[in-house]
Design a protein around this ligand. Structure first.
Ligand code: FE
Length: 201
């Protein structure tokens, strides 16, 4: 049974950039909905009992099982990619050095990540990933996820309309800017960069 992971912060902790109403709906209804469908689909299947990331990797693609498992995994990773605003909360240490090499610094990263977010056609995700030593920004459509493409995700931004429509209507660029400037959890990114975190969801 895959259960909804609690957030590490309150529903109102990301305001004014993401409202409590959005977070409550997104976590409590959308994310929960993917888990409910996943549990129904995996029950009695050969993948029942496996950790969530293993189901994502092993489910046939495309399939409803993959879509719901991957959306459950992507959302858990998204909640960890955010944190309440803190002063000076950018990348640090070895990850900061890598951001300098690959994007020319945090400002270059922010511009490229925002451009990628604007460029996703329809529903999808924008990821900072590590492939070997290098960082890159990749996008995925619908439920697709870099963990089935040999990439190690460090951070993700949900650009499905349900992530921002209540707060920003169609202004996805404003939503992306607010999250990039104020809410990205670079400590989580660093753990993923160093390979210290095993995310099973
Ligand atoms: Fe979402």
């Amino acid at each position: 049974m895959h259960t909804l992971p609690p957030l590490a912060y309150d529903y109102d902790a990301l305001q004014p950039h993401i409202s409590a109403a959005t977070l409550k709906l997104h976590h409590g209804a959308h994310h929960r909905g993917y888990l409910d469908k996943l549990n129904a689909l995996v029950s009695g299947s050969p993948l029942e009992g496996l950790p969530l990331d293993a189901i994502v990797r092993q489910a046939p693609r495309p399939s409803p099982l993959f879509n719901n498992a991957a959306q459950a995994w992507n959302h858990a990773f998204f909640w960890n990619s955010l944190r309440p605003p803190v002063p000076g909360g950018g990348p640090l240490g070895a990850l900061r050095d890598r951001v300098e090499v690959d994007f020319g610094g945090p400002e270059g990263f922010a511009a490229a990540f925002k451009e990628a977010a604007i460029g996703v056609f329809g529903s999808g995700w924008v990821w900072l990933v590590r492939e070997g030593e290098a960082l890159s920004i990749v996008t995925s459509g619908n439920a697709d996820t870099p963990i089935v493409h040999g990439q190690t995700p460090l951070l993700v931004l949900d650009v499905w309309e349900h992530a921002y429509y209540l707060d920003y209507q169609s202004r996805r660029a404003a939503y992306a800017s607010a999250v990039i400037e104020h809410l990205l959890n670079w400590e989580f990114a660093e753990l993923n960069f160093e390979g210290e975190l095993a995310v099973h969801g």
